[in-house]
Ligand binder design. Structure first.
Ligand code: SF4
Length: 454
């Protein structure tokens, strides 16, 4: 690997563990640390951490020996420490805090299957993770063994997928799918592959970061049997990129699995343009493409990690143009109440007229793009792709407005409010009067000649 070598380190407390055990992912799982006493033997705890670890109702704590070894024990603000060791800040409520801030359970036709977008679903296959992130969006179920998904739940999820042909992409997540027993994981992926309309399978996992030894040849060979398989990992800071993680991503890439990274913008961890630039540059060195940078969700327990949105814009400003384009992630707010991911970006469009646009680049250079006055547009009437549009009624959104399916999208209750309680009368009973010609089913009555004859 070119560039500075990535580190590999083991905390003094594990110095005597034989290498074979250290490299065994089952050993890592069964020796996770979760109490103040255990963690305190590796890292001297602060008063705030002690308090959090002894409080009741705390979101589950578990840290693999490998991952805790990456923490600088002398640094109370170590960016890895902040991600996995709780502090009292976790208990502080904040305005807009929610248990299920993305309303995932509301968008689940069956338990554990979130169908938020037209052509893809999120399939929660476990509530267990290798270690637990203090800002977890799914802390309402993650880490809770009593919320674990059963065979009956899996059957209901598969039955839904079989009867829903619009789904072409399934993201296995949880919890972390790579913590499942290998045979169970393979049986779930194999079953997805029996559904003809499912084109790709994705895995969302932080196991390569918490426990890279789990990414062994056996796992890579198994995944390669079910291609196309894509994977997103979750790295928030360069300190998580080690020799071991680089080995895991190398094995996955050689097995033909495209890798992306999803990180969360976290106060005191990575809320700095320089940390983020190092992160994305280190990620591409290990052949992982930075994919999303998430604004921290309004989820219970994560208040002390939240940053203003302006911080994300500042980071994007420092990345776009300043480093390789494919190393720049998309900054998104996963909208509360299930609004889905909304991309946020610095504004590069300065102004426009009917034939030119004024743009600025990352340096502040202002330029003009002259637009064509005449343009022979694509003809939907002769385009086979337009003719074979995917049938996803009611889900076209803004594209539906552009496509002429409808003229407006109204807030809930709009009709009722603007009816002003007046009811139907002789002037408003014919709704055809406000049907726009050529949009949706619009057929205004006063036009009698075809447009060509006018
Ligand atoms: S790995 Fe993902 S699901 Fe598990 S605790 Fe971290 S953020 Fe939550």
């Amino acid at each position: 690997m070119s560039g500075t070598a990535f580190r590999s380190q083991r905390a003094a407390a594990f110095a005597d563990v034989p290498q074979a055990q250290w490299n065994d992912w089952r050993w890592q799982l069964s020796h996770r640390l979760n109490t103040a006493e255990e963690i305190g033997q590796v890292i001297p705890l602060t008063e705030s951490e002690q308090r959090a670890l002894s409080s009741s109702g705390l979101f589950r704590v578990d840290i693999t020996p490998y991952f805790i070894s990456l923490i600088d024990p002398q640094d109370p603000n170590d960016p890895i420490r902040r991600q996995v060791i709780p502090t009292a800040g976790e208990m502080v409520p904040f305005t807009s805090m929610m248990e299920d801030s993305l309303a995932e359970d509301r968008h689940s036709p069956v338990p554990g299957l979130v169908h938020r977008y037209p052509d893809r679903v999120l399939m929660l296959v476990t509530t267990q993770c290798a270690s637990y992130c203090r800002y977890c969006t799914r802390s309402r179920i993650v880490g809770d063994p009593t919320a674990q998904f059963s065979r009956t739940d899996y059957d209901a999820m598969f039955a839904y997928l079989e009867r829903t042909p619009q789904v072409r992409d399934v993201l296995l997540s949880g919890g972390d799918p790579l913590t499942l027993a290998p045979k169970l994981l393979e049986s779930l992926i194999a079953r997805l592959r029996t559904i003809p309309h499912i084109e790709i399978v994705r895995l969302g996992t932080r196991v390569p970061v918490f426990m890279p030894m789990r990414v062994d040849d056996e796992l890579c060979e198994m995944l390669a049997r079910y291609h196309p398989v894509w994977m997103n990992i979750h790295v928030n800071h360069s300190n998580e990129i080690t020799e071991e993680l680089a080995g895991a991503t190398d094995r996955l890439t050689r097995a033909g699995i495209p890798l992306g990274n999803q990180s969360v913008l976290l106060a005191g961890v990575n809320d700095c343009p320089h940390i983020q630039r190092r992160l994305v540059q280190d990620l591409v060195r290990i052949r992982v493409r930075p994919y999303y940078l998430y604004q921290c969700d309004e989820v219970e327990g994560a208040g002390h990690f939240r940053t203003p949105v302006g911080k994300g814009i500042e980071i994007l400003e420092a990345l776009r143009g300043h480093t390789s384009g494919f190393a720049v992630p998309q900054y998104v707010i996963d909208a509360p109440q299930g609004g889905g991911k909304i991309p946020i970006s610095p504004n590069y469009l300065v102004s426009m007229s009917d034939h030119k646009i004024i743009l600025r680049n990352y340096e502040g250079f202002i330029t003009t793009y002259e637009e064509p006055i005449e343009y022979t547009a694509h003809d939907p009437a002769t385009c086979k792709y337009c003719q074979a549009k995917r049938p996803e009624p009611g889900q076209a959104g803004i594209t539906g407005l552009l496509d002429g399916e409808r003229l407006t999208i109204e807030p809930q209750g709009f009709e009722l409010v603007h009816g002003r309680g007046g009811g139907q009368h002789r002037l408003n009973q014919d709704s055809g009067k406000w049907d726009p010609l050529g949009i949706g089913s619009g057929k205004p009555k006063r036009h009698t000649l075809p447009e060509a004859d006018l």
